[in-house]
Design a protein around this ligand. Sequence first.
Ligand SMILES: O=C1O[C@H](COP(=O)(O)O)[C@@H](O)[C@H](O)[C@H]1O
Length: 225
Amino acid sequence: AAFAADFAAWVDAQPGVTLTVALSGGSTPKRLFELWADQFSDKIDWSRIEFFWGDERCVPPEDAESNYGVAKELLFDRISIPGENIHRVKGEASPEQECNRYEQEIQRIVPADRDGNPQFDLIILGMGDDGHTASIFPHQNEFLKSPKVCEVATHPQSGQQRVTLTGRVLDAAKKVTVLVTGAGKADVLAEVINKQGAFADYPVSHVDAEDTCFYVDQAAAAKLS
Ligand SMILES: O=C1O[C@H](COP(=O)(O)O)[C@@H](O)[C@H](O)[C@H]1O
C-alpha cells in the first residue's frame, strides 16, 4: 500500500513526462496490481507510463505462470492504458529470438544513459526465497555482469526458461524498488540488508542502482536488527 501510493505521487510529481517502468512478476506484486486497479485507476495518468518487465517466464500469456498474464488480469484489464504502452516479453516465442527482440524494443523506447545502457525511470523487483531477483538466480553471476540488455536464464530447479534483464540494466535505472513480503523471505532479507551470512550469493544483494529502496512488510522484516 505504501509503494502503491508513493508510485502515484512519483508519477504526479513529473507532469507531462513519459515514464518507463519495468514490473516484476511472481506472487509479490499481485497485491500491488490490485491496489493500483482498485484505488488508483483514475488517480494515475497511466497513458504516460511505458510498461516493461524485469523478467518473464517462457510460457504463453494464458499460463498461470506468465508475469504478463497476471498483470493483465489484475491491472491492465482494469485501468485505462493504450495497448501500445505495454511492452511484454512474448513468453510463447523462441526464448533466444524473443530475448533479442525484447532487447531491441527496450533500446527503441528506453533512453540510454551516457554509458549506452537503457536507463529505466523505475524498475520494480522482487526477491525470491533463494535471493534471486528478476530471473537472475544464485550462482548465475554471469547475468549480473553480462554486457547484454537481456539474457535467457534457466530456473535452477524447474528448468523453466526465462528472459531477464541483466545486472547492468538494473543498476543503470534511475530508481529501483524491491518489494519483499512474507515470513518466508525474512532470513534471506536480514542477510541481504545486514550484509551477513551468504548475502554475497544472493543476486538481489548486488543490485546497485543510485536510488535503490526496499519496501518490506512486517513478516519479511521480522529478522532485521
Ligand atoms: O520468479 C520470479 O520470482 C521473483 C520473486 O517472486 P515471488 O513469487 O517470491 O514474489 C520475481 O521478482 C520475479 O519477477 C519472478 O519472475
